[in-house]
Design a protein around this ligand. Structure first.
Ligand SMILES: Nc1ncnc2c1ncn2[C@@H]1O[C@H](COP(=O)(O)OP(=O)(O)OP(=O)(O)O)[C@@H](O)[C@H]1O
Ligand SMILES: [Mg+2]
Length: 307
């Protein structure tokens, strides 16, 4: 629930209510929130990331004001900005709540996540896992395309999953390309169990994928928050919209996202609140804006919290 944003919205909820239709000819000129999708619902409001990020971090994992893990799914084609978004949000969560975070990386390398200055480890538990040092990248690298190397990689991932599967684990597990972990590594049952039962152990999962169709249904159904970047084509939009529910509505919403800006829609499954936003490209801003106008993780920081 993105509470603070309620004040910026029209009095009725635009994502769930139909409004009196705007004349079709004027549609292109209207601000997004006054337009209707073909399902007769208003497009989600576009909100600046500096507002949405603060409210999202505050709301994520605190559905009733107290700590309760909530899983997040991040969908989008390659290069759409999934890892960049995850990096931003995870850093902010660590800053605000000092959360323990493990990023599970199965790709040979990831330039976006590599810019995090967290220790990269290949075995669990890490030697430096203590009160001060509780964020790591667990790199389970494939050493080849053959079955044997996949089996070794799967074993390494299994070791991590077994290692964090205990009461009061209180950890955020970010799984980069969950379709690969489920399908190629054959760990679908593990992932399904993590999604269904991990919350009771304090485990929050943030899973990203380029291939939503390759992910088991439990992953989609056990997820509290979904982030979708611009799909690569209509088929891709169709699959993402199916996951978001209200298929006709979200197909239009997704096709309306600005790929160049790396826009995404963030949907809270419980309340069905939805917002469109994008993380401003700081490299562009640095050329045009004065320093005080730049937004970096933590600029709107509030006091740290436990949880
Ligand atoms: N909001 C943004 N502003 C500036 N650069 C961005 C933004 N989002 C992503 N990028 C850049 O775009 C490139 C691709 O982004 P990213 O690595 O997040 O894609 P991805 O969706 O994770 O792709 P893949 O599925 O292949 O891992 C990176 O170089 C990243 O730094
Ligand atoms: Mg990525």
């Amino acid at each position: 629930m993105v509470v603070a944003l309620s004040s910026t919205r029209p009095s009725s909820s635009p994502t769930t209510e139909t409004a009196s239709a705007a004349p079709a000819d004027d549609i292109e000129d209207l601000p997004t929130e006054a337009r209707l999708t073909s399902a007769g619902k208003l497009y989600p409001q576009r909100v600046p990331w500096e507002m949405l990020s603060v409210d999202f971090i505050e709301a994520w994992g605190r559905p009733n004001g107290s700590f309760q893990p909530e899983h997040v799914e991040v969908l989008g084609p390659t290069g759409s900005g999934k890892s960049y978004w995850e990096k931003w949000v995870l850093q902010e969560r660590v800053r605000l709540r000092r959360s323990a975070v493990v990023i599970l990386l199965t790709k040979p390398a990831d330039k976006t996540l590599a810019t995090l200055d967290w220790p990269v480890i290949t075995k669990w538990p890490p030697s430096q896992w203590n009160d001060k040092n509780r964020q790591v990248i667990f790199h389970a690298k494939s050493t080849g395309l053959g079955k044997a190397s996949r089996a070794r990689q799967a074993e390494q991932v299994e070791q991590l999953l077994d290692g964090i599967w205990h009461p009061d684990a209180n950890v955020v597990l970010a799984v980069d390309e969950i379709a690969y972990v489920e399908q190629e590594l054959g760990l679908r049952t593990h992932m399904t169990t993590f999604f269904r039962e991990g919350r009771t152990l304090g485990i929050t999962i943030m899973a990203s994928t380029q291939r939503p169709a390759g992910v088991s249904r439990a992953v989609h159904s056990e997820t509290a928050w979904v982030v979708c970047f611009a799909p690569k084509d209509e088929d891709d939009a169709e699959r993402m919209a199916q996951i978001l529910g209200e298929k006709r509505h979200y197909r239009d919403v997704l096709m309306d996202l600005d790929r160049e800006k790396r826009e995404f829609v963030l949907v809270h499954n419980l309340t069905r609140e939805a917002y469109i936003s994008h993380i401003p490209d700081l490299r562009k801003r640095k050329k045009t804006a004065p320093k005080s106008d730049q937004v970096e993780p933590g600029t709107r920081r509030r006091g740290p919290r436990a949880g």
